[in-house]
Write a protein that binds this ligand. Sequence first.
Ligand SMILES: Nc1nc2c(c(=O)[nH]1)N[C@H]1C(S)=C(S)[C@@H](COP(=O)(O)O)O[C@H]1N2
Ligand SMILES: [Mo]
Length: 444
Amino acid sequence: MGTESPRLAGRIVKAPEGHLSLEQIEAARKARRSFMGKALAFGAGASATATAARAADGDPNILTLPAHTTGLGQGVATEGYGKPSVWEKAIQRRESPGLTRVPQASVSFCPLQSLFGIITPNGLHFERHHQGWWDVDPSKHRLMVNGLVKAPRVFTMDDLMRLPSVSRIHFIECGANTAMEWANVSVPSVQYTHGMVSCCEFTGVKLSTLLDLCGADVKAGRYVLAEGADGSSMTRTISMKNALDDVIVAWGMNGEMLRPENGYPLRLVVPGVQGVSWVKYLRRIEVGDQPWHTKDEVLHYVDLMPDGTHRQFTSVQECKSVITSPSGSQTLLDKGFYNVTGLAWSGRGTVRRVDVSSDGGRNWRTARLESPVLDKAFTRFNIDWVWDGAPAVLQSRAVDSTGYVQPKINQLRAKRGTRSIYHNNAIQSWRVAESGEVTNIQMF
Ligand SMILES: Nc1nc2c(c(=O)[nH]1)N[C@H]1C(S)=C(S)[C@@H](COP(=O)(O)O)O[C@H]1N2
Ligand SMILES: [Mo]
């Protein structure tokens, strides 16, 4: 998968090129200590030490100071938009070749294995487009609110950004995330198994504020339609209950304007609900008295249940978790201590607990939840693990604030049958081989 192996993005695998290995650092330290000892014995100070260090250039036993310590650095980085270190080049969104026929109707997966904390950087947020992305001119963009409202209105971006705003941290997960695992296709890394999820701080005006401004009939108007301005005619029905609760018409993402690929200049944020309802390039909100049954809610993102019925408005992303490191395609370099880390989230509230197993689910230990633990947002978990070098299977199992427990794949299959494509929140298993290689396996 991918032109570059996702191995490169695994921090456990190897230090970025150009960095010293632990052995090199230790050897350098030792050399420096004995050298300093000699220098001090001669009653010399630090500057004499540095001079001697330069004099010893070329001697492999003596630490030579790197250019960044002795030379002049670069000027302020004011040119263009700030960029990550060159050493982090391998950490990118990646497309799974062959998954879709054209890149305009494709997915780029977020490199979860290389991220810390709960916020997804904007340049690494997963992408899902049905008809390509656009960099829409915000001065020309409009949002219409119509339907069962007293005063239909057309808002400019300036109009919207003058209104009272909120900033909230929420995850967005495509309903198709982890879909390959239904088919028992073991894609190699967490980037490809779980990378259609991200978590950001979104800023915008609450949809309830706009509905209020336009005098929406919130009794007869039991539903809201959201429509995008791209060629995919992305339209989704959202219940009025959701709309009045925590839905945001957002322009901000992690402190700056949305990226074009994520819906610039305006997108709907529907906390807890699958990604398809988070309509990008949002241009219209209509209030109505029944669901619209548009193509993206009758044909796509539906679940064919064992009794032959379609579960159509499967909207909430159930509680889920995954260990992001160690994870598939990484290699443990040695026995000993590891910080097992991962992410948990629930579309129904907060994460209450995450348990971690290293023996394929026989024994479980409760992981540490790092703060903050927020509603419908990523929660970062960590747990100590000492690898004895024997084969192991790492798994995480999350419990949310409703008491719902993340299921095993066979428990999920018992309920959902064998025809599902979407909405797979099963426990993920990573097998650690004696060689240290970590692979994706299914445990029933
Ligand atoms: N206008 C528009 N909105 C859209 C889509 C789209 O193709 N066009 N894709 C949807 C789907 S299926 C998902 S999962 C999310 C993905 O959002 P992202 O690209 O910001 O990750 O946007 C949703 N909103
Ligand atoms: Mo999606």
